[in-house]
Each structure stands twice: as structure tokens, then as C-alpha cells.
Design a protein around this ligand. Structure first.
Ligand SMILES: Cc1ncc(COP(=O)(O)O)c(C=O)c1O
Length: 407
């Protein structure tokens, strides 16, 4: 499937209209003036009901035109009716949990079925239950039996952070639909597709109800803007906007501008970073100091191999690997790197490395971490746009040198 660039997916006036700006404007206003009390009240009513826009935006927590441009572009890339942007990926996930737990059309459904591993912050949010939700962890094949009468949401990541495990979205959707039919109410399936981006995967086309992104990662792509976004139906988007308005997790317009601009180079970045990741994953898998490599392109599992061609359009550019010699050795490798940046986050033009057990998944109980395939000696590498041979040289010297210093 051809993927449009963010430029083509952008909203607003078209270039060919003489005198219109070529790039979207940044609207920083927090409030909007009015003359007629009756007409601004009408706009307020529209926005309170969750409308995408209104003749008067009223107040920046209700609507912002710059953010709306990013939302329209992302909805196009995901093949969605709508998208709703948030201040961070975690704000987007929180709003999804709240929106599906408190439908306007029925009793609260606070039970969430989730598949591990998930990003540590999401795992923590669900385990802590601070939003009033209750979680059941299930294997992808057992989703149907984990759904209860009070379930409102099934949440998964594919490929998952940090093991790159791929989950069969169609199979999860089938189970959720079957359970919904017998319960008589919808159980929404939300897929965190941060690692794949809309360039490599479109979960809505596979039947999912919501697709989530930490826009902080690939969508922005340069490590300088935080954001989150959910693409879904108009109906779910209305509820998400109401939740966003009530809880305040809005995206700042400057970040909205940067994320929208990031979409313009997204396909190019994803493909270039993916090519380097393929090369590094292959070289790491034969390195004597490496125990195993997790990368969709190297998956042995027949189901995952099938998903790579039927569900995704490429393996992406994040991989993880275990080093020989245990967690101490993994730390030495990380600390011996020269070119590669030691930092959390991913999806940036700069290659980033970190040990999930120490940082991104530190908040997950050690036993749960181990059970979901996140050992202490695992390193996660998000491959950027540097020269691939320079990256390999850095990895190789760190792996080999760290072994020498341990000896
Ligand atoms: C897969 C995934 N989802 C969600 C998040 C949370 O996003 P944010 O840090 O933008 O809140 C992250 C962060 O690393 C992530 O990796």
C-alpha cells in the first residue's frame, strides 16, 4: 500500500490557492474573542459534545487549529475517520482507558484486558489502577476467555516494547467481537502502533477500533516534541475529545506544528532507519558476544513470520538484544559506546540505546518483567540515520571491548 507523506496528508489551504501560506500557521492563542453571546454559546455546545471544530474555537483546551491540522493528517495516514491528539503518549493511553471505561451509552466498563509486554509506563498505569481501571493480563490466544461482563477495552502493542513481539491483531479482534456479541456491548480493541508507525502498519484496516501512537517517537522523529495521538471512528473521537477537554491533556500547538512537520519525512525516515536496522540486526545475530537478537525481520516463530508479511509492511527500526555475560556486561557495553546515544526514547534520527530493565521498564515488578520476556541483560536499540558502518563499528568495539575489560 502506498503511504502518503505528511505533506500530502496535511490539512488547510492548498498551495495552489494564490497567496495562501505554504506551511500551516502556528496559532498560539489561548482564547478567542466573540461579539455575539448566542453564537459563541453555540460553538461551546458543539465542542462540549465532542465536535472536531466549531465556528469559534472558544478556548485552547477545547480546540486549536494547528493541532487540528496534525490530527487530520494523521487520520489520513491511518485511514481513520478522525484522530485526537494529546500532550504525550501516556495522556493518549489514559484518555483511551477513560473513554472506553465510561461510555455515554451504558454502565461503566472498567475492566481492561491487556497483553504483555507493554511499554513500562503503560504496564504501570494499568497495574496501579489509578484511573479506576482493573487489568487482566492475557496471552493473545486467551483474550476471549479473559473478557468479562465489565470489560470495555483490550489493549496491546505490536511490535511490543521492548521485545518486538508481534501480536496477531485480526485474531484479537475476532475474539473481542465474539465476546462483544455475547455480552451485548462493545469491547474496543486498541493497538499501540508506536513502533510500526502508519508507514508499516494500519491496525484499523485489520479491524482494531483505536490505534495509538506516542508521537514523541517516530511521528516527530527528531526528539524535540512530545505528543500522543489516537486514530479511530468519529464516535470514539467525540468521546476522546470530551475526555481531553475534561482532563486537560491537550497537545501544545508548537508541538502540534513539529509533529505535523515530522509526518512529511516519516516514510523516508522509517525506510532508511529500517534498512540500517536490518543490517545491524543481521550482524549482531552472528556476533560472538551476542546471545540473541529480537527483531521482526529475524523472527523464527512461524506466526510472527506470517504477520511480518500480512500485518506489517516491514520490520521497523527498533531491535533488542541480549549480550553474553549477564547484566553487568550489558552495562559495560552501553557505557563503552561512543557514537550511539545512551538515552531512553526511540524513533529519533539519532540512534538511542538503553537497558529496559533499568529504565523504561524499571516500574514493572521484576518478576512480571522476567515473565514477559524482559531480562536484565536485554538492550534496546532504536536505529537512527547515522551511517550504518559507523554504527556497526561502535557496536562492535563496545561489545568486544567490554568483554576485554570484564576479563
Ligand atoms: C510503545 C509506547 N507507547 C507509549 C509510550 C508513552 O509515550 P510518551 O512518552 O510520549 O508519553 C511509549 C514511551 O516510550 C512507548 O514506547
Amino acid at each position: 500500500m502506498a503511504v502518503r507523506s505528511g505533506r500530502h496528508a496535511r490539512s488547510g489551504p492548498r498551495d495552489e490557492e494564490v497567496g495562501t501560506p505554504h506551511v500551516p500557521a502556528i496559532d498560539l492563542s489561548t482564547t478567542y474573542g466573540f461579539q455575539s453571546s448566542a453564537s459563541i454559546a453555540e460553538s461551546m455546545d458543539d465542542l462540549l459534545e465532542g465536535a472536531f471544530t466549531a465556528p469559534n474555537p472558544v478556548y485552547a483546551r477545547l480546540h486549536n487549529p494547528t493541532v487540528a491540522g496534525f490530527e487530520e493528517a494523521l487520520a489520513l495516514l491511518e485511514g481513520a475517520e478522525a484522530a485526537v491528539a494529546f500532550s504525550t503518549g501516556m495522556a493518549a493511553i489514559s484518555a483511551t482507558i477513560m473513554a472506553t471505561a465510561t461510555p455515554e451509552d451504558g454502565a461503566p466498563r472498567r475492566h481492561v484486558v491487556a497483553v504483555r509486554p507493554l511499554y513500562g509506563g503503560t504496564d504501570h498505569l494499568l497495574s496501579a489502577g489509578v484511573l479506576g481501571s482493573e487489568v487482566s493480563w492475557a496471552r493473545p490466544a486467551d483474550i476471549g476467555s479473559a473478557i468479562r461482563a465489565d470489560s470495555g477495552l483490550v489493549l496491546l502493542e505490536t511490535p511490543a516494547n521492548p521485545t518486538l513481539t508481534m501480536v496477531d491483531i485480526r485474531s484479537v479482534v475476532r475474539q473481542a467481537r465474539e465476546a462483544s456479541r455475547s455480552l451485548g456491548h462493545p469491547v474496543a480493541v486498541a493497538v499501540d502502533s508506536t513502533f510500526a508507525t502508519p508507514v508499516l502498519q494500519n491496525p484499523l484496516a485489520l479491524g482494531a477500533d483505536l490505534v495509538l501512537h506516542s508521537a514523541t517517537k517516530f511521528l516527530g522523529g527528531h526528539g524535540d516534541a512530545m505528543g500522543g495521538v489516537v486514530a479511530c471512528s468519529d464516535g470514539l473521537a467525540k468521546r476522546l475529545r470530551q475526555i481531553r477537554m475534561m482532563t486537560g491533556g491537550i497537545l501544545h500547538p508548537l508541538a502540534g506544528y513539529l509533529l505535523h512537520r515530522g509526518l512529511q519525512t516519516l516514510p523516508l525516515r522509517v525506510r532508511a532507519q529500517q534498512e540500517s536496522a536490518r543490517i545491524l540486526a543481521a550482524r549482531l545475530s552472528t556476533h560472538p558476544e551476542v546471545r540473541s537478537v529480537h527483531f521482526p525481520g529475524l523472527a523464527d516463530d512461524p506466526v510472527e513470520r506470517r504477520l511480518l508479511s500480512t500485518q506489517q509492511r516491514g520490520p521497523g527500526s527498533v531491535l533488542s538484544f541480549r549480550v553474553r555475560g549477564g547484566p553487568g556486561q550489558a552495562t559495560r557495553v552501553v557505557e563503552s559506546l561512543g557514537l550511539i546515544t545512551r538515552a531512553v526514547s526511540l524513533g529519533s534520527v539519532d540512534t538511542l540505546v538503553q537497558a529496559p530493565a533499568q529504565l523504561t521498564h524499571r516500574v514493572v515488578e521484576a518478576t512480571d518483567r522476567a515473565a514477559s520476556g524482559v531480562p536484565d541483560d536485554l538492550l534496546r536499540l532504536s536505529v537512527g540515520l547515522e551511517d550504518v558502518d559507523d554504527l556497526w563499528q561502535d557496536l562492535d568495539q563496545a561489545l568486544t571491548g567490554a568483554n576485554r575489560s570484564a576479563a
